[in-house]
Ligand binder design. Sequence first.
Ligand code: GRF
Length: 200
Amino acid sequence: MEVLINIAVLASGSGTNLQALIDAPDLGGDIGLVLSDRADATALDRARSAGIPTKVLPWDDYGSRSKFSIAIREEVEKRDVELVVLAGFMRVLGNELVGAFSNQILNIHPSLLPAFPGAHAVDQALEHGVKLTGVTVHFVDEEVDHGPIIAQRAVPVLSDDDRDSLHARLQVEEHDLYPKVVAALARGDITVEGRKVRWD
Ligand code: GRF
């Protein structure tokens, strides 16, 4: 019988990446929890429709990154989560969580890191005039959009692109790439040495 790893997805927004993970035929994992800092996140509706347990931890209830990170850690430890997948989660996580889940937290970012980290990557790529941008899946460390890079896909910037058109093409790549990275991790095909990530 196939062994499924236990996954928690953290999302603050629309959750199209969560949906891609839910719909993936061979994820190699079981999404046992969708956690959000926002009670109105559409991602929670997607989870409920798929029969996945949800949890809301409103940021304002904690008041510090440290307390918020401990609360998330407690939720995922309670459920024996082995992999935490950030899918549009708009809060920075502290060492209280990141330290306990070293190389077990993934993020997807809409640029070719280390270019354009932070919350405005698509706008910044357009403003800077780059001809090529893309998406990055990386492990999460304590710095924003900084941990070891697992996979990247390049996406050309077109002369008539605006934020929405470019983001839509980036998301096509995100939805294809993220489940593949999760599946590779679940199979044990990915090893990490410092910043270097190797696919076997
Ligand atoms: C994605 O573009 C991802 O790269 C970024 O946040 C966005 C989330 O989109 N981290 P969605 O909520 O999965 O649709």
